[in-house]
Design a protein around this ligand. Structure first.
Ligand code: PEP
Ligand code: MG
Length: 755
C-alpha cells in the first residue's frame, strides 16, 4: 500500500494498544490521530465528533493548529467535513481547495494542505463523526487507504458509543447517540406507552474488533458465508416460512445477495485490513444502513433491507446468537421495535410487559395491528429507519393515537407524555362510567355498538365495554397463527370457546377471509398480478367447498342450542351468496340428520365489500338475513386504491360524496326491508366517521374494543335528527373534497360532541 508504514494491520494493533491504555479520553484521541497520521504518512489527521445539535466539532488533531481543538465547529452541511457527514460517504480529493464545498478555517492553518481524505465515523448507519487525513502535496489516496481509514473509524465509533467521550463533551452538548428524536409514523393502535426499547430482532453486539490472526478470520468468514448460503438454500428449497413476513421470494432475493461477489469482496477486504470477521460484517452493514437512510426509492430501499437482513444472518451465524429477542430478558416496560412482525410473533411476548410496538413497515390494517389492538398495545407503524435509530434499552415513547414516537425524550417531553397517559387513563375511567347507560343518542335513537374480535384475548373486552354483540369475528387469525391448517376439531374448539366466553350476546363469525394480503404460511402462495382482485375470501370458499364446509360445520356444531350468525366476506354477486348460503343450509341439515343439535336460530349475512352489490342492493338485502359493510375493502374498491399501499391509501377521504352516498344507499336498503345493517370496517370506530354514519342511517357499528367508549360518549351527546338534517345537503354532490369533514367537525365542536 502506497504511503503506509507497516500496513493496516500494524496500525490496528497499535490502535488496540492505545485503546487499552488507562488514559483520559482526550489523551487517547490525541494518541490515535498521531498513530493514524504516522501510519498513513499524512501530515494531518483529525477527528470531528457530531453533536446532537448537528454541529461537527474538532476533537483531536495531529498537524492542524492545536488551539483549534474544541474551537472549530461546522454544520453538517458545511465544508468538506460536513459533506462527508451529510452523505455518510468517504471523500478523497487531491485538490481539496478546488472543491466547491471547501470552506476555509483560518484558525486551523488548513490552507497549507492540498490533499484531503475523509470518511464518516459510522455506527448502525448513523454518522457519529468524521475522520480526516490531509497531505501538503497533491496525493491520490488509494481504495485501500480509504478502506483502512474506514476500519479505524470503526474503532472511533466504538469509543463514542461506549460513552467515553462524555467526559470531554462541552457543557450542554451531547453526541448524536444521545440525541432525542421525534419521529412520525401512522397511527395503528391507540394508546400511549412509555418504556424501553427491545429490538424484536436483536442486533449482535460485536465486542472484539481487531483480529489476532487475520488469516484465521478470513477462514471464519468464508466458513460462515458457506454455512449461511447452505441454510438459505435449504429454506428456499423447502419453500418454508422461516419467520414472520419471510416468504419465499424474500428468501430468493436474500439468496441472490448471499452469492453476490461484490458483497463478499467488500467483506473480505474489511477483514484483510485487520478486523475480526464479525467487525468486518458490521462495517459493511453500517455502509448499507447509511445508504438505506438516504434512499427514498422504495424498490432500492427494499433491496438494501434485504442486504441488511443478510448481514444480520451472517452475524448471527458467526456468533451463534439467536435471531429473535429472548423473552426472558424483557424489561417490565418493553417497547418492541421491529422492521415488521407477524401476528403470531407478537402473541409470543408477555402482554404484561409490553408498553408499545413500533414498526418500520405495517400500517393500520396489517394483521399484527389487529392483534395489537386486541391486546391493547399502542402501535405506530410506518416509521422509517426506526430500528437503526434506537439502541436496546433506550427510553422511548409510543403515541398510537397521533402516530408519534419519541426516542430518548427530554425530561420535559417525557413529563408531557406521562401526563397524557394519565389523562387517557382518566378518560378510560369516564368511559367505564358510561358502560351501563343505554346506547342511545340525546334524542333517544338507539345505535348498537358491537365489537370486532379475532383472538380469544379479545373476548373479556365484551363485558368490559358492554358491547351489544361481537359484530365481526375474523376467523382467519386462527389460521394465520397456526403452523398447519387447523383441523375441524381445533376449529370447533375455538368457535366453542368464543361462544362460551360470550354466553349472553350474539356472535357473528365471518368465514375464512384469506388471499390478497392475508397469507397462510402453509398454503402455497399464488403468484397473482393483482392479489386484491384475485382468488380470495369467499371465492376460495366456493372453489374449494370442502374448506368452507368444514368451517361451517365446526361453527354450526359450536353454536348448538343458541343463536348463530355467520357472514361471508367479499361476496360480489347474488349467485355467490346463494351458493354459500346453500352450503351452510346443507351442512345444517346434515348435522340435524345425524342427530347433532344445531343452532336455535341461524342467521346468514353478506359483507358488503365489493361495489357490484351496490347496484343489486334490494335483491341482496332480500336474500340475506343481515348485511355488514366492510368499509376497509369497500373503500379500496370504490376508489381503486390499495388499502395497504401508503402511496395511494391516503388519497381519498371516506367522508366524501361517493363513499357516503354508497354507504347511505346500503343503510337505506336495509331500512326499507327491515333487515339489520351494520358497518364493521375501521371507520366505524373513528368519531367523526361514526357521526357521519349515524347521520346517514346506520344503527349498528362494530369496532375495536378501545373505540366503544369514545363512540358511546359521542352518541350520548348527539342529536341524531339534527346531525342527519345537517348532513343531507352536504351529500348533494358539490363537495370537492375535505369540505364535508371540516363542516361536520365544526358542527360537532359547536355542540360539544366529543371527537
Ligand atoms: C373490511 O374490509 O372492512 C373488513 C372489516 O374486513 P377486513 O378488514 O378483515 O378485510
Ligand atoms: Mg374486508
Amino acid at each position: 500500500m502506497r504511503g503506509s508504514l507497516g500496513g493496516p494491520r500494524l496500525l490496528l494493533r497499535r490502535l488496540r494498544e492505545v485503546m487499552a491504555k488507562p488514559v483520559s479520553a482526550q489523551a487517547r484521541l490525541d494518541d490515535i490521530v498521531v498513530q493514524i497520521a504516522f501510519n498513513m504518512v499524512a501530515e494531518v489527521c483529525s477527528v470531528y465528533v457530531l453533536h446532537a445539535d448537528s454541529r461537527l466539532e474538532l476533537y483531536a488533531t495531529e498537524g492542524l493548529k492545536r488551539e483549534a481543538v474544541h474551537l472549530t465547529t461546522m454544520r453538517v452541511d458545511e465544508g468538506l467535513v460536513g459533506l462527508i457527514a451529510a452523505k455518510a460517504e468517504p471523500l478523497a480529493l487531491s485538490d481539496a481547495q478546488g472543491h466547491p464545498a471547501f470552506s476555509y478555517r483560518p484558525e486551523t492553518g488548513e490552507e497549507a494542505y492540498q490533499s484531503f481524505c475523509g470518511v464518516p465515523i459510522l455506527r448502525g448507519g448513523n454518522t457519529l463523526g468524521v475522520l480526516v487525513v490531509q497531505n501538503k502535496a497533491r496525493r491520490i489516496y488509494s481504495e485501500e487507504e480509504i478502506e483502512v481509514l474506514q476500519t479505524t473509524a470503526m474503532l472511533l465509533a466504538e469509543m463514542i458509543a461506549s460513552g467515553e467521550l462524555q467526559s470531554i463533551l462541552p457543557p450542554g452538548s451531547d453526541t448524536v447517540l444521545n440525541q432525542s428524536h421525534a419521529l412520525r409514523g401512522v397511527s395503528v393502535a391507540e394508546g400511549v406507552g412509555l418504556g424501553h426499547v427491545v429490538l424484536h430482532e436483536p442486533r449482535v453486539i460485536v465486542r472484539k474488533l481487531v483480529a489476532e490472526n487475520v488469516d484465521k478470520e478470513v477462514e471464519r468468514l468464508d466458513e460462515a458465508v458457506q454455512a449461511l448460503r447452505d441454510a438459505i438454500d435449504r429454506l428456499v428449497d423447502r419453500g418454508e416460512q422461516v419467520g414472520p413476513g419471510e416468504h419465499r421470494e424474500v428468501l430468493q432475493t436474500v439468496r441472490m445477495f448471499a452469492h453476490d461477489r461484490g458483497w463478499l469482496r467488500r467483506l473480505r477486504e474489511a477483514v484483510m485490513t485487520g478486523l475480526t470477521a464479525e467487525a468486518a460484517v458490521e462495517r459493511v452493514q453500517s455502509d448499507t444502513r447509511a445508504k438505506l437512510h438516504r434512499q427514498t426509492d422504495p424498490y432500492l430501499r427494499e433491496r438494501l433491507h434485504d442486504l441488511d437482513d443478510l448481514a444480520n444472518r451472517l452475524l448471527h451465524q458467526l456468533t451463534g446468537q439467536e435471531l429473535v429477542a429472548s423473552h426472558d430478558s424483557m424489561p417490565d416496560n418493553a417497547v418492541l421495535v421491529a422492521r415488521s412482525m407477524g401476528p403470531a410473533a407478537l402473541l409470543d411476548y408477555d402482554r404484561h410487559r409490553l408498553r408499545g410496538l413500533v414498526l418500520e413497515d405495517g400500517g393500520l390494517t396489517s394483521h399484527v395491528a389487529i392483534v395489537a389492538r386486541a391486546l391493547g398495545v399502542p402501535v405506530v407503524g410506518d416509521v422509517a429507519n426506526v430500528t437503526s435509530l434506537v439502541e436496546p434499552g433506550d427510553a422511548i415513547i409510543v403515541d398510537g393515537g397521533t402516530g408519534e414516537v419519541q426516542i430518548r425524550p427530554t425530561v420535559e417531553v417525557e413529563a408531557a407524555y406521562a401526563e397524557k397517559a394519565r389523562l387517557r387513563a382518566r378518560r378510560q375511567e369516564q368511559y367505564r362510567t358510561l358502560r351501563d347507560l343505554p346506547s342511545r343518542s340525546r334524542d333517544g335513537v338507539a345505535v348498537d355498538l358491537h365489537m370486532n374480535a379475532g383472538v380469544l384475548l379479545d373476548l373479556p373486552h365484551v363485558t368490559e365495554t358492554n358491547a351489544a354483540s361481537i359484530g365481526l369475528f375474523r376467523t382467519e387469525l386462527l389460521f394465520m397463527v397456526a403452523s398447519r391448517f387447523p383441523r375441524a376439531t381445533q376449529q370447533y374448539a375455538l368457535y366453542k370457546s368464543v361462544l362460551d366466553a360470550v354466553p349472553d350476546r350474539p356472535v357473528t363469525f365471518r368465514t375464512l377471509d384469506i388471499g390478497g394480503d392475508k397469507i397462510l404460511p402453509y398454503m402455497p402462495r399464488l403468484e397473482e398480478e393483482n392479489p386484491a382482485l384475485g382468488w380470495r375470501a369467499i371465492r376460495i370458499g366456493l372453489d374449494r367447498p370442502a374448506l368452507l364446509r368444514s368451517q361451517l360445520r365446526a361453527m354450526l356444531r359450536a353454536g348448538a342450542g343458541r343463536e348463530l350468525r355467520i357472514m361471508f366476506p367479499m361476496v360480489a354477486t347474488l349467485a355467490e351468496f346463494d351458493e354459500a348460503r346453500a352450503i351452510a343450509l346443507h351442512e345444517a341439515a346434515w348435522l340435524q340428520r345425524h342427530g347433532h343439535e344445531g343452532p336455535s336460530d341461524l342467521k346468514l349475512g353478506v359483507m358488503v365489500e365489493v361495489p357490484s352489490l351496490l347496484w343489486q342492493l334490494d335483491e341482496i338485502v332480500a336474500a340475506a338475513d343481515f348485511l355488514s359493510v366492510g368499509s376497509n375493502d369497500l373503500a379500496q374498491y370504490i376508489f381503486a386504491a390499495d388499502r395497504d399501499n401508503k402511496r395511494v391509501s391516503g388519497r381519498f377521504d371516506l367522508l366524501s360524496v361517493p363513499m357516503l352516498r354508497a354507504l347511505a344507499a346500503v343503510a337505506q336498503a336495509g331500512i326499507a326491508q327491515n333487515k339489520p345493517v351494520t358497518l364493521c370496517g375501521e371507520m366505524g370506530g373513528k368519531p367523526l366517521e361514526a357521526l357521519a354514519l349515524i347521520a346517514i342511517g346506520y344503527r349498528g357499528l362494530s369496532m375495536a374494543p378501545s373505540s366503544i367508549g369514545p363512540i358511546k360518549a359521542l352518541l350520548l351527546a348527539t342529536d341524531v335528527a339534527e346531525v342527519s338534517a345537517f348532513m343531507a345537503p352536504l351529500l348533494d354532490g358539490r363537495d370537492r373534497g375535505g369540505a364535508i369533514r371540516d363542516k361536520l367537525r365544526g358542527f360537532a365542536e359547536e355542540r360539544g360532541i366529543p371527537l
